[in-house]
Design a protein around this ligand. Structure first.
Ligand SMILES: N[C@@H](CCC(=O)N[C@@H](CS)C(=O)NCC(=O)O)C(=O)O
Length: 142
């Protein structure tokens, strides 16, 4: 656990991967944290750092998310939430009047389109990192 600050207005825990001291090596977790910052909610959370990957599972993460992936939002007043897109929308719903994700109309499709683009960038970043972590003799030449 890296951060034990706890503000109970929104009793939730945001859980994400770390590696070598990097606070948010998961791009999806980083995206959710950006939403939390944009909404002014960053100090409302206790952030828990958990190592998880396809070859190293975490029982804490598995309990909260049957897919075994981070980020997960642990809530005391409802089921834990995943994945990052759902967490981002949930965080948005906590702030009255501030809508990163408008509920209807063309603005909603615009924001969901941008979110899909962000997820695609996360997918690409993860694919690059996984490839770089493979032994050199097992990597694709380019
Ligand atoms: N679609 C998910 C993807 C989450 C994801 O792939 N997280 C990775 C870390 S970047 C993970 O936990 N991987 C563990 C595993 O694949 O077992 C989201 O948006 O939250």
């Amino acid at each position: 656990m890296l951060c034990r600050r706890w503000h109970s207005r929104h009793p939730v825990r945001l859980s994400y991967v770390t590696a070598e001291g990097d606070l948010a090596s998961s791009p999806y977790a980083r995206k959710a944290l950006v939403c939390a910052h944009e909404l002014g909610l960053q100090s409302e959370f206790e952030v828990v750092s958990v190592e998880t990957s396809p070859i190293q599972s975490s029982s804490e993460v598995n309990l909260a998310n049957p897919l075994g992936k981070v980020p997960v939002l642990l809530r005391e007043d409802g089921p834990d939430l995943f994945d990052s897109a759902v967490i981002c929308e949930y965080l948005d719903s906590l702030v009255a009047g501030s809508k990163l994700f408008p509920q209807a109309g063309e603005e909603r499709w615009r924001s969901l389109r941008m979110h899909a683009l962000a997820d695609g960038l996360c997918d690409a970043a993860l694919a690059v990192r996984r490839e770089r972590n493979r032994p050199p003799e097992l990597r694709w030449p380019d």
